[in-house]
Design a protein around this ligand. Structure first.
Ligand code: HAM
Length: 416
C-alpha cells in the first residue's frame, strides 16, 4: 500500500467543509478590502527564493524542496507566497506609475521540508495578501487591519498584533553593527549556523531555533533603539493609526522575521498572547532586487490549516451545512428514471438533492433520508407519475402534500 508523505494530509468530509467555509469568509473579506484573487505556480526557479527569502534564511538553507527538472533547470516548490507574487508583478511590469496600489490575495499550497508537528506541515495552505505601490503607513495599517479582523470575523476573540520595526537601510546597518559588536565576544557559545550567520547575515542569529532560548540572545540590543528619526516617526505614526482602528497590539522587539526581505514594519498575529497565527511586514526593496523598478510593498500570510485546528480547539462553531434540501425515493425503473430527472432539475435550480444509487428498497431509502438529514422527501409512485403528480413530505413536521410535478420548483422556492 502506498501511503501519503510525511507532513502531508488528505482533507475531506466535515474538515473539508470547514475549510471551505473559512476560505469563503476570507475571500469575501479580502474582496471588501479591495484585494483581487491571484494564483501563481506551485514551482518557480530556485533562484527566486534565494534572492527574496534569502540565502541565509532557514527556509532556503534547510526547508525548500529543490530539484532539477528534465530540462536540467533548478526548480523549487514555493515555500511561501510573496516571492511568486512579486515575480508576477515584476514580470508583468506593473511597477510603472501607479496611481492606485495593486492589491492581490491568494490561498494556496506551500511546501517546506520541516519536522512535522502540530501547526507545522510539509505541505500547508497559506492565505496571504500583498499590497504594492504605497509607502504610506495607511497601507501597513490596512494590511494589519485585514489580517487582524479576519481572525476576529472567524470568531477568535483573543488575538493581538505583535509589532516591531526594522527601520530603513541606515537603521538596519547601524543595528547590524551594534549586534555584531555585542555577539562577537560570545561567538564560541553560539551554534555552528549562528557562527556563520554572524559573518554573513547577523540579523538571522535572532531568529535561530537552536540559540533562541540562549541568555545571550535574550539580552541583545533592541533594534527599536537604533531606528533613525524617519523610521521612528513612521513607526509612531503607524501605531497611532492602529490605536484609531482599535487594533490590539504590543511592541515586541524580538520580532525580526525569518525571511530576509523585510524593512520597516514587521508583525505577527498571536492568539492568547503566544500562539503565532500568521505574520507579515513591509518589503520595500524586493521588487527592485527581483528586477523591477523600486516599488514599496507590504503583506501578510496566515497558515490556514492552523486556523482550522485552533477554531476546533477553541470550540468555535463553524456553520457548515449538514443537511440536504430533498431526497427523492423510487423503486421501479420508471420511478428511478423520474427520480433522476427530478434530481437533476432540482440541482440545477440551486437545491441540494439526492436519490438512491445503490438499488436500495424503499425501506432502506427512508434510512438514507434520515442519514442525509433531508428537509423534504419525495416519494415517487408509478400511478402518480402517470397523472403528473408527486407526493412531497416535510421530513420534520411529517406533513405531506400531493402537487403537480411542474409546480415542484415553485413549491420548494416558497417552502425552503
Ligand atoms: P511566514 O512567517 O514564513 O511568512 O509564514 C506565514 C504563516 O504561514 C506562519 O505564521 C504560519 O501560520 C504559516 N506557516 C508557515 N510555515 C508553515 C508550515 N510548515 N506549516 C503550516 N503553516 C505554516 C511568510 O510566508 C511571508 N510570505 C508572509 C508575508 C506575506 N510577508 C509579506 N507578505
Amino acid at each position: 500500500m502506498i501511503i501519503k508523505q510525511k507532513g502531508t494530509y488528505d482533507i475531506y468530509g466535515v474538515d473539508a467543509k470547514k475549510r471551505q467555509y473559512i476560505k469563503n469568509v476570507l475571500d469575501t473579506l479580502s474582496d471588501k478590502y479591495g484585494y483581487g484573487f491571484i494564483e501563481t505556480p506551485v514551482f518557480e526557479a530556485t533562484e527566486l527564493f534565494h534572492r527574496s527569502v534569502g540565502d541565509e534564511s532557514d527556509i532556503v538553507k534547510k526547508e525548500t524542496y529543490d530539484f532539477k527538472d528534465r530540462g536540467d533547470r533548478n526548480i523549487s516548490l514555493r515555500p511561501e507566497g510573496t516571492a511568486g507574487v512579486v515575480r508576477w508583478f515584476v514580470e508583468n511590469k506593473l511597477y510603472g506609475n501607479l496611481t492606485d496600489p495593486v492589491k492581490v490575495f491568494y490561498c494556496e499550497k506551500m511546501y517546506r521540508y520541516e519536522r512535522p508537528q502540530s501547526g507545522r506541515q510539509r505541505e500547508f495552505t497559506q492565505w496571504g495578501f500583498e499590497c504594492f505601490g504605497s509607502d504610506f503607513v495607511e497601507s501597513d495599517a490596512e494590511v494589519i487591519s485585514l489580517a487582524y479582523n479576519a481572525y476576529k470575523l472567524l470568531g477568535l476573540e483573543n488575538v493581538k498584533v505583535k509589532i516591531n520595526s526594522l527601520g530603513d537601510d541606515e537603521s538596519r546597518d547601524n543595528y547590524r553593527k551594534a549586534l555584531v559588536d555585542y555577539l562577537k565576544p560570545y561567538k564560541d557559545e553560539l551554534c555552528d549556523d549562528c557562527k556563520r550567520r554572524l559573518e554573513t547575515n547577523p540579523l538571522r542569529v535572532l531568529d535561530c531555533k537552536i540559540d533562541g532560548d540562549n541568555d545571550i540572545l535574550k539580552n541583545v540590543p533592541k533594534i527599536i533603539d537604533y531606528l533613525n528619526e524617519e523610521s521612528k516617526n513612521r513607526f509612531d505614526k503607524l501605531l497611532e493609526l492602529l490605536d484609531l482602528l482599535e487594533i490590539d497590539y504590543e511592541i515586541d522587539s524580538n520580532i525580526v522575521r525569518g525571511l530576509d526581505y523585510y524593512n520597516y514594519t514587521v508583525f505577527e498575529i498571536v492568539l492568547n498572547d503566544s500562539l503565532a497565527l500568521g505574520a507579515g511586514g513591509r518589503y520595500n526593496n524586493l521588487v527592485e532586487s527581483l528586477g523591477g523598478e523600486s516599488t514599496p510593498a507590504v503583506g501578510f500570510a496566515m497558515g490556514l490549516d492552523r486556523v482550522v485546528e485552533i477554531l476546533d480547539n477553541e470550540n468555535i462553531e463553524i456553520p457548515i451545512e449538514d443537511s440536504i434540501d430533498v431526497y427523492i425515493l423510487g423503486e421501479s425503473e420508471n420511478e428511478r428514471n423520474t427520480a433522476s430527472i427530478l434530481t437533476q432539475t432540482l440541482r440545477l435550480n440551486s437545491f441540494s438533492c439526492e436519490m438512491d444509487m445503490m438499488n436500495k428498497t424503499f425501506k432502506n431509502q427512508f434510512k438514507a433520508v434520515d442519514r442525509m438529514n433531508a428537509k423534504y422527501l419525495i416519494l415517487l409512485k408509478d400511478d402518480d407519475i402517470k397523472e403528473n403528480v408527486i407526493t412531497i413530505k416535510d421530513n420534520k413536521t411529517r406533513e405531506e402534500e400531493k402537487i403537480s410535478i411542474v409546480d415542484l420548483v415553485d413549491y420548494l422556492d416558497t417552502h425552503i
